[in-house]
Design a protein around this ligand. Sequence first.
Ligand code: GLA
Length: 430
Amino acid sequence: MKQAFLTFKELPFQLKHAGFCLFPEMSRIGIIRLLVISVLLISANSYGQKFNGLALTPPMGWNSWNKIACDVNDKILREAADAMVSSGMKDAGYTYIVVDDCWHGKRDSLGFIHEDPERFPSGIKATIDYIHAKGLKFGIYSCAGNTTCAGRPASRGHEYQDALQYAKWGVDYLKYDWCDTEGLSAVGAYTTMRDALSAAGRPVVFSLCEWGTYKPWLWAKDIGHLWRTTGDIAAKFDSNVDHGSWTSWGVLSILDMQEGLRQYAGPDHWNDPDMMEVGNGMTVNQDRVHMSMWCMLAAPLMAGNDIANMSDETKEILTNKDVIAVDQDVLGIQGFKFAAKDSVETWFKPLAGGDWAVCFLNRSKKPVEVSFDWVATRVYDDLAKRDLNAGETEYSLFNIWTKAVDGTTKKALKAMVPGHDVLMYRLKKI
Ligand code: GLA
């Protein structure tokens, strides 16, 4: 009977015969060596990978920067963790408590970074343990340069040590900024940190924050799980804030800057239009626009307000499970602007199970009547290859903000959208 597999003796001959063997006289020992080297090379290579599968839907959490800026400490982070649970945010899907800039103390004589002992009197590990005990995850902030944007010690030249320290503390998420980086290549610096995290061995969501400067959507898919697409957000709706040497951007400006980027996003690699300003001073309508559009964009949802002391309206916006379901949809397809006429934009986002989200955004202060004939209008998503085709498929119109079912797609829509507000539906296949 013919053997189904090769004996070891036959291997060199077979390889040679098949034309694979570069060294015809290679002995069995030689082949074993070759195999061992290949295995070592393959496993060494897997060190240089991001932790796959940690952000299959856009990450959700809270970050200290937008409201607290540099004033972070142990108490504030514990209060944020408490509030995330008691407000219902945790149940709604928010997971990460992220400390942004200014937690840092000094490096020790060996070069390891430590927390600021005054802000974290029991050590930052105790804060992190507290957050973990609440069933939440912890994120930290550093920067690829010599110093962070607020002038604290950053990771340049200390990447592997910092990654080890974070792993020791139990860090689950790293936001990595881009200040003070003269002479550095963005691809190189972010790859180095990815490799350092990978070598440290603790799974970490890696959030790139180089403000879209070097178009990370073109190169960061295998480096990080999300990348900022713009400069910093401001708690403004249709204006920007001029800081002299730089500008922070209002919600509509940031929205406009997402044009042309949707093809780069998907499960485990998201465009990040920055952390949210919901609850930080815009009107309730404007906050609703902000939340709705971030969800249409499949954006990471990082609340940036004082969640321990927020109003009921803010809480309702942040915890609306139906709008969050649009953001967290498993297909991970970023929505697209279908039409823009006068002050109204119409956005669509294909969802799992044949559903769609649609959002009519009124950019002006004045109420506007919108009309949409579902059957007569062809809505086709060229990227996802999905056809709404309301002529053949009937959908019910579930209003994501009022929870009413406003009829079906059989009948053309006519409705008022208040100034600076949205009308947002989930079209559910009947
Ligand atoms: C940069 C980032 C912000 C924030 C600050 C902290 O501006 O873009 O999100 O992290 O630094 O200093």
